[in-house]
Design a protein around this ligand. Structure first.
Ligand code: DGT
Ligand code: CA
Ligand code: CA
Ligand code: ZN
Length: 588
């Protein structure tokens, strides 16, 4: 145990105490102790073992005991307790220059900000400036700090990067002489995070394109500007590589810059075996005579393959599958007929009414929507009786909607630490659709977590495992559990796996999707919308599923509602064991 680890632990406790507005004296005690340990000339563990820690000036008996606990067990109950009270995204705000616990707590409590992205939004749309002690100057400084923080971390969520790509491409397409403009690289492969944008333009007049580069949307700084190439940095922190190509090379360049590198090298090797040379400029004979390159298909045809969707180009067997005519017919957004995980304002962290959700879903052409609010263990979650009443409301509205869209009465029920479900079997049985999710005690050992999830899948009341790994991209790791074992049980029990389309979740991941399909477990792609405008996020889930090689037939919500109901009828049901009357002290 290094002293630095102890310093970090003490500092984190102090931060968390400050964020939760607990006792300011304790905050000061932990900060002081952190300083003392930081400047100790000897290992803090030695002092603890000799019983001398508490006698150091600046380290009280209470703090010394915490340090001792940490030194001996590598954990600290006080730290775990506090971590449970503060969303990890709020703690991350403290990494921003100029954002201390007071500002972070204020943004969290007053504006509901629980991530760096949300803080940036609040800084840009003026909400932050209106808080006491903030103002426009502060808000601007914070937005700039967010940009720096991102460029340090180096990767951006796809849904953050994509709007910039789209805005810049739209501008480039207006430039005279531009025939095509597209994003290549990881954005085109729809990877969950993006390092930089790679944009390609086909034009016979590259100088006209270069002239507009400094004024492209969001540009902070031009880093390089050549006759056909430019690199810029955006104000939000991301870099953009732009290349202008002659139309006859465009397809070859699109293939090359889409990647990934492993895929590219494999394609070039195939070409060499056929006595050809593939480069970003085209397909050539060994002697250098140009054969083709205007279209991306030219490259694949040169090596005897059909066109491969970009999402598959990861060098993970796509070339072999293409050669054997076994490429999957990947699921498409249009294939999804319904959304199976949507929160209404009956969830404390969601804000759209049933009517608003229904009309937004209708506008998007969804045929059915499962309303799945939180169960009683979550803050202000539904009790059994509240759920039954909520289900009645949903069904009443459903009748009025006459199938535009159909509303299903559902729940996102917590899987409790011991694997029990958070509501009575009898209440769950009365619903059309049950999402089971882990929302607590993420730190338990893998075997316990696996047993916990398995118990829920074997309950006979769960149709789909919600956000199966619990990860939040860039801010919370997946909890430890045995996915293979969970998939095996899911297959036996007829339980599906959710591909949660919230852009910061994307859970299952692409590789986990592929594992699920190999285990013959069906997928459900759901928005997990907490607001009507989030219903659009389904596309992010579709892209993950495509990267996981999923076809329409692998995804339950590509089925019509009668087909879906028939499928659910085949799922094994266990008779209800816990009954409604068992809920203590419920008042309506
Ligand atoms: P990113 O930006 O980290 O999210 O990932 P990519 O895939 O966009 O990577 P990037 O921007 O470095 O390069 C774009 C594409 O260019 C990459 O997917 C494949 C191609 N590429 C880049 N460097 C090489 C290379 O050294 N060899 C080959 N064969 N292709 C490369
Ligand atoms: Ca890139
Ligand atoms: Ca690049
Ligand atoms: Zn959830």
């Amino acid at each position: 145990m290094e002293n630095a680890e102890v310093v970090a632990m003490l500092g984190e406790i102090a931060d968390l105490l400050e964020l939760t507005l607990e006792n300011p004296f304790k905050v000061r005690a932990y900060r002081r102790a952190a300083q003392v340990v930081d400047t100790l000339p000897v290992p803090v563990a030695e002092l603890w073992e000799r019983g001398e820690l508490g006698s150091l000036p600046g380290v009280g008996a209470h703090t010394a005991a915490r340090i001792g606990e940490y030194v001996e067990h590598g954990t600290c109950d006080e730290l775990s307790r506090l971590r449970g009270k503060v969303p990890p995204g709020v703690l991350e705000l403290l990494q921003l220059e100029g954002v201390g616990p007071k500002t972070a707590a204020q943004a969290w409590k007053e504006l509901g900000v629980t991530s760096v992205d949300a803080l940036e939004e609040a800084a840009l749309d003026g909400r932050l400036a209106q808080l006491p002690r903030q103002g426009h100057k502060r808000a601007e400084a914070i937005a700039a700090a967010v940009a720096r923080h991102r460029s340090r971390k180096g990767r951006f969520l796809l849904h953050r990067a994509l709007p910039y790509a789209e805005a810049i491409l739209a501008r480039l397409r207006e430039v005279p002489g531009v025939k095509r403009a597209e994003a290549a690289g990881s954005v085109r492969r729809r990877k969950e995070t993006v390092g930089d944008l790679d944009l390609l333009v086909a034009s016979t007049a590259p100088e006209k394109v270069m002239r507009v580069v400094p004024g492209l949307p969001g540009v902070a700084k031009v880093l390089a500007l050549g006759p056909t190439r430019a690199t810029v940095r955006l104000r939000m922190g991301m870099q953009v590589d732009l290349r202008v190509l002659a139309p006859e090379s465009y397809g070859a360049a699109l293939h090359y810059f889409t990647g990934n590198k492993v895929h590219n090298i494999a394609v070039r090797t195939l070409a060499v075996h056929r006595g050809l040379k593939v480069s970003e400029y085209g397909v050539f004979t060994k002697r250098g005579r140009r054969l083709s390159g205007e279209r991306e298909e030219d490259v694949f045809r040169a090596v005897g393959l059909p066109w491969i969707p970009p999402e598959l180009r990861e060098g993970l067997g796509e070339l072999e599958a293409a050669a054997r005519h076994r490429l999957p017919h990947l699921v498409e957004e249009e294939d999804l007929l319904g959304d199976m995980h949507v929160h209404s304002d009956a969830s404390s962290d969601a804000s759209s009414t049933l009517e608003e959700l229904a009309s937004a879903a209708r506008a998007l052409g969804r045929r059915y929507v499962a309303i799945t609010d939180h169960s009683r263990s979550r803050p202000r979650g539904l009790t059994n009786r509240q759920l039954l009443r909520h289900a009645q409301d949903i069904r009443r509205l459903d009748t009025g909607l006459k199938g535009r869209p159909h509303l299903l009465a559902g729940i996102e029920v917590d899987i409790l630490a011991d694997g029990a479900l958070d509501l009575a079997d009898e209440a769950l049985e009365s619903l059309d659709w049950v999402v089971g999710s882990v929302h607590s005690r993420f730190q338990m050992p893998a075997r316990e977590m696996t047993a916990r999830i398995v118990a829920a899948l074997q309950s006979g009341h769960v149709h789909v495992l919600g956000h199966p790994s619990g990860r939040l991209i860039g801010s919370r790791d997946a909890y430890a559990f045995d996915l293979e074992q969970v998939l095996e049980v899911a297959r036996e029990e007829g339980v599906a796996m959710e591909v949660n389309a919230q852009p910061e979740r994307l859970d299952l991941t692409d590789t986990a999707c592929r594992m699920a399909l190999q285990a013959k477990v069906p997928l459900v792609i759901s928005s997990d919308a907490h607001h009507a405008r989030h219903l659009e996020n389904l596309r992010y889930g579709v892209w993950v599923a495509r990267r996981g090689w999923a076809e329409g037939k692998d995804v339950l919500n590509t089925r019509t509602l009668p087909e879906l109901r028939r499928h659910l009828g085949r799922v094994r049901r266990v008779p209800a064991r816990t009954r409604l009357e068992e809920e203590p002290g419920v008042t309506l």
